[in-house]
Design a protein around this ligand. Structure first.
Ligand SMILES: C[C@H](N)C(=O)N[C@@H](Cc1c[nH]cn1)C(=O)O
Ligand SMILES: [Zn+2]
Ligand SMILES: [Zn+2]
Length: 492
């Protein structure tokens, strides 16, 4: 640890060390819930996960509400219930700042046959890492906040802040229904919130903590090509019809080239150029390309310099193709011509791209590519979800409080980074509540969020709990200083 710890911090950190196996057991219980928000048939499990998380907060004495946010219409037209959102609060002392923590307890799909070495929903510790779906994205960080709170409570140390929680179960699906809830609650639940903290990203390395000041948005598309009313024998009919799958592959192949450049006309028009200030941020980051490639498990990256890599990861759009529905995907070759196939892809959004303009550009381009094929098949392109990018003001004082907390636990200053992934709520918070948002990642670069080897290290989980405990003390101190300064200004 850096510098002399206060007596409170010594007690807090000692308690966290001594009770870490309890915290691990909590994580194992949460990971065991297959709270996958992508597959509708698992929606009941997501709802069950919300109730488990709500009960955990209630056990801490938080006033907790599970808010019904309505239904989700699926692509096939059927409606299913959205999992309720947790709004919770602990403490209402007008002399203390109010910190609202956001997290999500839904996860991406995971099947052992995807190539997992361990059972995805059974927390497995190997060499100091906890493997399992949701360990780093985002159940581990949510529990780290809760563990930090429970430490204050169990040690009878007065909480230095009022705490609020917003925990959702649809983040991986694009946070359906959340914007309406924030609109509705902006002058109620959020009215007295001073700071918002999100811990749903990763560091840039495995050793150096980071604070995140930007994320990309995302626009998810489906492109459906349909032919006759049934699948056909590829021997009996193959060679005399326009095959939907051939059309779809041509459409998907027309989207992006082998250098990752998006081929949709106009897609880069509104991207803001790299600024001097942004370039200075990049220059301050130590970056080891070989280590980074090893952390993400790839042999080659399209760019060689950190400036190019950061630019293409953080401030330029990217297009990824995710899969095809409607065609046989199990092992073995089913010799049919699928009658209806749906490709899925997404385009990461950056400032100042406009979602409705991107939607129009994508549809117009694909219709144009399709028309050149003179195929009688039917094309349907739709944008399934759209989330905006978010960029913070890096001089926002709560980043200072976070840096101090990191320094005390990790004895080093954090990297100031952006992230290429998306947290839909970040921009919603910024635009609707106008509150400052701090992104406080806890996971390491090799945690493999969304992958077959998702994990969080014991060290990051437990030290993350300490950092959050320390942050509450630091933000309380900072808030008092800011209040004193503003009172002084008012008087003079
Ligand atoms: C960063 C966060 N842990 C995450 O994984 N977010 C998802 C959200 C999303 C985007 N499109 C659909 N869901 C992500 O960035 O993929
Ligand atoms: Zn995720
Ligand atoms: Zn996440």
């Amino acid at each position: 640890f850096s510098g002399s710890l206060s007596l409170e911090e010594k007690r807090l950190f000692q308690y966290i060390d001594e009770h870490q196996d309890e915290f691990v057991q909590n994580l194992a219980e949460w990971v065991a819930v297959e709270s996958d928000s992508i597959q509708p048939q698992l929606r009941g499990e997501v709802t069950r996960m919300m109730k488990i998380a709500a009960a955990r907060l209630q056990d801490l004495g938080a006033k907790t509400t599970l808010v019904d946010i309505g239904v989700q219409q699926l692509p096939d037209g059927q409606n299913i219930s959205l999992p309720p959102v947790i709004l919770a609060k602990l403490g209402e002392d007008p002399l203390k700042p109010t910190v609202c923590f956001y997290g999500h307890v839904d996860v991406m799909p995971a099947k052992i046959e995807d190539g997992w070495k361990t059972r995805p929903y059974i927390l497995t510790e190997i060499d100091g890492n906890f493997y399992g779906r949701g360990t780093t994205d985002n159940k581990g960080p949510v529990l780290a906040w809760i563990n930090a709170l429970s430490t204050y409570i169990n040690l009878n140390i007065d909480l230095p802040v009022n705490i609020k929680f917003l925990i959702e179960g649809m983040e991986e699906s694009g946070s359906n229904g959340l914007e309406e809830l924030i609109q509705k609650e902006k002058d109620c639940f959020f009215s007295n919130v001073d700071y918002i903290v999100i811990s749903d990203n990763l560091w840039l390395t495995t050793k150096k903590p980071a604070l995140t000041y930007g994320t990309r948005g995302n626009a998810c598309f489906s492109v459906e090509v349909s032919g006759g009313e049934k699948d056909l024998h590829s021997g009996g009919v193959g060679g005399i019809i326009n095959e939907p799958m051939s059309d779809l592959i041509a459409l998907l192949d027309s989207l992006v080239n082998s250098s990752g450049c998006i081929l949709i006309p106009g897609i880069y028009d509104d991207v803001i150029p790299l600024t001097e200030e942004e370039m200075k941020q990049y220059e301050q980051i130590e970056f080891d390309l070989q280590e980074y490639k090893a952390n993400i498990g790839v042999k080659k990256i399209l760019y060689d310099t950190k400036e190019e890599i950061f630019s293409h990861l953080w401030r330029l759009p990217s297009l990824s193709i995710h899969g095809i529905e409607g065609a046989f995907y199990e092992p073995g070759i089913k010799t049919v011509i699928p009658s209806r196939v749906t490709g899925k892809f997404s385009i990461r959004q950056v400032p100042h791209m406009d979602l409705s303009k991107v939607e129009h550009q994508v549809k117009e381009y694909l219709e144009n590519v399709f028309s050149k094929r003179k195929s009688p098949n039917k094309l349907m392109v739709s944008m399934q979800m759209g989330a905006m990018p978010w960029v913070a003001n890096i001089d926002d004082p709560q980043y200072e409080a976070a840096k101090k907390a990191i320094k005390r636990v990790f004895n080093q200053d954090p990297d100031m980074i952006r992230d290429g992934s998306t947290i839909p709520i970040a921009r919603m918070f910024q635009d609707i509540t106008e509150k400052s948002v701090l992104m406080f990642p806890l996971g390491a670069a090799d945690d493999g969020e969304h992958s077959q080897k998702e994990k969080i290290s014991r060290s990051n989980y437990i030290n993350g709990t300490k950092v959050f405990a320390s942050f509450l003390l630091e933000i309380s101190k900072l808030h008092k200083e800011l209040q004193k300064a503003s009172n002084l200004k008012t008087v003079t």
